[in-house]
Write a protein that binds this ligand. Sequence first.
Ligand code: NAD
Length: 488
Amino acid sequence: MKTIASITLPAAVQRPQYDRTKLRSRIVHFGFGAFHRAHQALLTNRVLNARGGDWGICEISLFSGDALMTQLRAQDHLYTVLEKGADGNQPIIVGAVSECLNAKLDSLAAIIEKFCEPQVAIVSLTITEKGYCIDPASGKLDLHQPRIEHDLQYPDEPHSAPGILVEALYRRRLRGLGPFTVLSCDNIPDNGHVVKNAVLGMAQARSPELAQWIAEHVSFPATMVDRIVPAATEESLAEISAILGVEDPCAIGCEPFIQWVIEDNFVAGRPEWEAAGAQLVQDVRPWEQMKLRMLNGTHSFLAYLGYLAGFAHINECMQDSAFRSAARRLMLEEQAPTLQISGVDLTAYADSLIARFANPALQHRTWQIAMDGSQKLPQRMLDGIRVHLQREHHWPLLALGVAGWMRYVSGVDDAGKAIDVRDPLVDKIRAIVDTSSEAERVTALLTLQEIFGTDLPQNPVFVDAITDAWRNIAAHGAHGAVKFLLNT
Ligand code: NAD
C-alpha cells in the first residue's frame, strides 16, 4: 500500500527536517482528535524542525480511533496537516509522533505502563470537557459517574482519564520515578484547575497520602489554545489526497492562524515551544478571557443571529456588511473594554479575528457553534455584561446576542423553519419554551439559574435590555435587528 511515508511527495509539501530516529515518547497525549493533530503536535513538529531534539509524542486513544491508529502505524506515524488560507494552502507532514497506543489494538495494561516510562515528562490532554468527569455544579470530580465508580473499585484497571493518570502517578511514586506535568489543552475555562480537580479528586478518594504527593510534585499548567480545526470530512480528505498524490486518512485541514499561551510551570522539562511561536506566561487567565469574549463571544453572536437570518456558515455572515460591522463593534466596543489584559493591541486582534471568520476555505457552521449555548453564554457574554452593569455602560450588541440565543432555542428561524437545538439543557429549555408565550419568553428563560445565576434576572436594567433586544428581533428579524441597532 502506498502511503505518505513511502512515496516522493510534491515539492510544496513541507517534510520533517529532523532525525526522527532520535525521538523518544517524552510526551504522552490523550485524545488523538482533530485539534491535537493540527495544534500541539504541529507546534512540537515546528520546534523539532527549528531545534532538533528528542521530544516525541506517544498518542493514546481510549475509546475509539483504532482504525485511525492502524493507519497511522502503516504510515510510520506521519500525517498531514493542510493549512487553508484565503490566499492558498500549505500542506505539512508532521513527524513528531513517535508511537501510538489504542485500548482496542493494545492492552489497557500497556497503555498504563507507557505513562510509567522514566522519560515521560508531560501528559497532555484533548479529551473534551466530559473526559474530565467533573460535576458542573461543584467543579469537583463526579464520584458517581460509572467510569469513576469503576476506577475506584478497580484502581489498577482504570477506564477514565483521571483514573489512568492517578494509577500512573501511583506506580511512578512506588517505583521512585519522578512525576510528570499534566497539561490540559481542552477549550475549557481554567483548564489547569479543572484537570487538577479531577486528578486530586480521584487520588483523594483512593488515598489522602497519594493525593498529597501529587499535590506537592505534579504541576497542572493552564493553557489557552486557539486554532479553528473543523472535523475531517470525505471532501476535506479528498482535497488533501489530491495535493499529496496519495491518501492520508489521518490528515486534517485547519486555518493558518495558531495561538498557544501556556503557563510556564513544568516539573520535568518541556520542549522549547516558544521557538514555534507559543507564549509561555505566568498567568494565562487574561489571555483566556480575551479569547473567550472577543473570539468565542462574537462567534456565538454570529451563530445565533446568523442562523436565524439564514446564514449556514460564519464566513457567509462576514460577507454581509451589517453582520461584519456588528461583529467588529461587539469586539471593540463591548467586549474589549471588559478585559483585564494589558500590552495587547486589541484593535489588531479584532481585525485578525474578522479576517479569520471571513476565511472562505473554512466552512464553519453556525449551527455547530450555536450548540451547547447554555454552557457557553456565561463566559462568552454574561460575565462581560456584569462588568458593564457595574459600570453603568451600554451593551446593546451583547443584549442582542443573548436575545438571539433565546430566539434560537425557541426553535424556529426567521424563515419559519424548525431549528434542531442541541444543548445539555435542551429538555429544560424546551419545557420553558412550550409553556411560555412570546411575551413571557424572556423572563421565563431567565429562570435558568445554571446560565443566568440569581443576580441577572433580578437586575431590572439587565431584564429591560434583553427584553428590548428580543422585541427588536421579533419586529425586524435577526438581520433587520442588527441593521436597526447599527443605525440607532
Ligand atoms: P475530536 O472529537 O476530534 O477529538 C476528541 C478526542 O477526545 C478523541 O480522540 C476522543 O477519543 C477523545 N475523548 C472523547 N471523550 C473522551 C473521554 N471521556 N475520555 C478520554 N478521551 C475522550 O475533537 P477535537 O476537535 O479534537 O476537540 C478536542 C478538544 O479540543 C475540545 O475540548 C475542544 O474544545 C478543543 N478545541 C478544539 C478546536 C477545534 O477547532 N476543533 C479549537 C480549540 C479547542
